[in-house]
Every structure is written in C-alpha cells, then in structure tokens.
Design a protein around this ligand. Structure first.
Ligand SMILES: CNc1ncnc2c1ncn2[C@@H]1O[C@H](COP(=O)(O)O)[C@@H](O)[C@H]1O
Length: 371
C-alpha cells in the first residue's frame, strides 16, 4: 500500500524505524471516515476508464474522464477546498452502474481490510446515494451493501451520506432507504452529512436526522470544515446531537465546550486538511487541542485517492518526529487507536459481532470459502 502513497504521509512513513512501522501496522485501528468514491484505488479507476467506451451515457466524454484520472494519478494540487469537489464528476462517470459500483466497492474494501498487513481492523465506509440512468438510489446503496456484507459485521458496515446540496425530498428518500434497509437487517449503521462545506441550508436537516436517530442509526456530520462556515451554522448542527463530527476544524469556544461536554468524537483527517489548505501545518492542527483535552478522536483518511494516503500513513503522521509528524509516543498513539475503536457505530449502537439474519451469515461463509 505504501507504494501508492505520496506527500506528507509518505514522508512521515519513510522516517519511521522498522519497529515503529511494525508497531503501527499491528495496532488495531478503526477507519470511520472514508468516502467510497474518494477511496477507489487508481489502478481500478484506470481499468474502469479503459472500459468507459462501452458504458452508457454519463454526460462526460472519454477525454474528460482521461483528464480527470490523469490529475488523480499525478497528484492533485488544490488552491483551496472548493477545487476538491471538481474531481468527482470523472470518478462518478465510472461508478454509475451497479456492476462498476460493486467493483469499485470491492476494491476499496480490499484496500482497507485485506492483505498481509490490513490497513485497519474495522471500516465504516460511507457513500452518497446517487440516482443514475442505470440505478436508483436504493439500488445504489444495495449494490454497495452486497459487497460490504461479504465481510462479517465486526469488520465493516455502511454509513449513508447525505449531501449538503440535496433537496428535502431527496434527504427524506435517502434517510428512508437507510432506515428501511436497516430494518431488513442490512448493514447500514449510520448517516453522514457531507459535500461542498458552504452549500445548502442546514435547517432542513433536523427532521431527517431525528428520524434516523429514532431508528437507531448513528449520526456523523461534517462540521466547520472551512473558515466560511458560520458559528450559527455550527451551533445549529451541534443541536442535532451528532455522535461524531467530521473535521470540526473551525470551532469557536462555545462550540468547543458543547463538543467536549457531549464527548462527540472528532474524525481527524490530517493529510486531507493539509492538502485542502484548511490547516496550515501539523503543528497548527486542531488535533493538538483534542489530545490536550483527552477528548475522543479517530484518525481517518477521508479520500485515499486524491490525497494519496493510507491509514497506516495517517498514523505515521502521529508517531513521526516533528516536523514530519506530531511526535507522539507509542503509548499515546495506542491510546488514540483505542479511542477510534471505541467510537464505531457498530460498538455503540449494535450488539458486538451481531450477525442479524441468516442471509448475512451465508454471505460471510461464502467469503470465508473464497467465493
Ligand atoms: C475533503 N473533505 C470532504 N468534505 C466534504 N465532503 C467530502 C469530502 N471528501 C469527500 N466528500 C464527499 O464525498 C463524495 C465522494 O464520495 P461518495 O460519492 O459519497 O462515495 C464527494 O462528492 C463529497 O460529496
């Protein structure tokens, strides 16, 4: 995995001694903030792009796709976070039918969970239901679940993302899909809010999030990701009592005291914040504030594809000596990893290792047999 990473995480990783690297690899880690379409291995995306000519209409030309893939392959340079969202049309053109979406999902799951030294012990993968000419939103989520459920629930589950630009009707539909699938015993464990951090009106979310919570789903919200996110919006999102928060980079004192009081776990994505330029250096990163306050955090990758990182790479940023890393001790890094394991929706909201329904148990057996 380390061969495909580059930038700050690779530099930190390369500075570690073999025993430090082994320590990170062996540490049980949870990845709780990984966007599916931002985590597809570049090799798989390239394969899908080569087959693109045979795909049905996606609204993009092969040249536009090729250009998008080339950018991702060579490493993206973002002037600011809004540039980031322009990367997705090329990726979406390649994951717009159930079969390609399943291939992409399988590759993402393998990237995190398989191999001699898996990146993590547990993955909560997230994705935004998308309607395309070839699938509706429910079929989109079902296609991902078909792959997720090849693994046991102790390894991976799905979070359904809501995009800040969604209309009330689409928000309702997505939450209903998540609740309905959960009620059928499918492995949806939570709801996320993501997308362009300055888009949308957050007032429309309340009723949808309460329904999700009442149905036993965990709630995580991208919050205060940019300086343009207002204090009023941040307080409004906190009033929906999320269990976890994505980024939480620009919290004022009032927001910080709510977060600390309610022990809302912060999903920290170091490389993502550096490359999106919402944080100027590791030294200035808000992770320091949460570490000082012994507040629950979980270290995550966000989007391994554009940010060319890995979960082991993100942990290397904790352990490596300054200025390449934060210079935490191994005991401190171990404590951070334990906090992450304790913050999963699986552990909070579901009985441990529950395999609900024989259908799931069968799929897990199939995987174990190599099917
Ligand atoms: C940089 N930090 C971020 N902030 C906000 N939203 C982000 C994000 N990184 C990814 N996404 C959201 O996830 C989608 C891709 O995965 P899915 O199609 O859902 O699987 C992006 O289109 C964006 O809406």
């Amino acid at each position: 995995m380390s061969s495909t990473i580059s930038g700050p995480a690779a530099a930190a990783l390369n500075s570690l001694t073999p025993s430090q690297l082994k320590f990170i690899q062996m540490l049980p880690k949870a990845e709780l903030h990984a966007h599916l379409n931002g985590s597809i291995p570049i090799s798989v995306l390239q394969e899908l792009a080569q087959e693109f000519a045979h795909l049905s209409d996606s609204g993009l030309t092969s040249d536009a796709i090729e250009e998008g893939i080339a950018k991702l392959r060579n490493g993206v340079v973002l002037d600011e976070i809004h540039d980031f969202f322009n990367l997705f049309p090329a990726i979406y053109a390649l994951t717009s039918n159930p079969s390609n979406l399943r291939r992409a999902t399988r590759a993402v799951l393998e990237q995190f969970l398989d191999g001699e030294n898996p990146q993590c012990a547990y993955l909560e993968l997230r994705s935004t239901p998308r309607e395309t000419p070839e699938m509706n939103r429910r079929q989109y989520v079902q296609a991902i679940l078909d792959e997720v459920e090849r693994y046991p629930p102790s390894k991976t589950n799905l979070i359904v993302s809501l995009d800040r630009k969604m209309t009330g009707d689409v928000l309702r539909e997505c939450v209903e899909i998540a609740i309905g699938l959960k009620a059928e015993g499918k492995r949806v464990v939570g709801i996320d809010l993501c997308g362009d951090p300055t888009a949308g009106d957050m007032g429309v979310l309340e009723e949808h999030l309460s329904r999700a919570r009442a149905a036993g789903l965990g709630i995580t919200l991208h919050i205060a990701e940019t300086p343009a996110n207002t204090a009023a919006e941040t307080i409004q999102l906190l009033s929906y009592t999320p269990d976890r928060l994505g980024h939480a980079t620009f919290l004022n004192d009032e927001a910080k005291s709510i977060v600390l009081d309610k022990k809302m776990c912060i999903e920290i994505c170091l490389t993502s914040n550096l490359l999106c330029k919402t944080v100027s250096s590791l030294d200035a990163h808000h992770i320091r504030y949460y570490l000082q306050n012994d507040h629950p955090i979980v270290i995550c990758t966000d989007d391994t594809l554009p940010f060319r990182t890995s979960l082991v790479g993100e942990y290397a940023l904790l352990l490596a000596a300054s200025p390449l890393g934060l210079g935490l001790t191994q005991d401190e890094v171990k404590r951070v990893a334990e906090m992450g394991i304790g913050a999963t929706f699986q552990s909070r909201l579901n009985p441990p290792d529950a395999v609900r329904g024989t259908g799931q148990a069968r799929k897990v057996e199939t995987k174990a047999r190599g099917g």
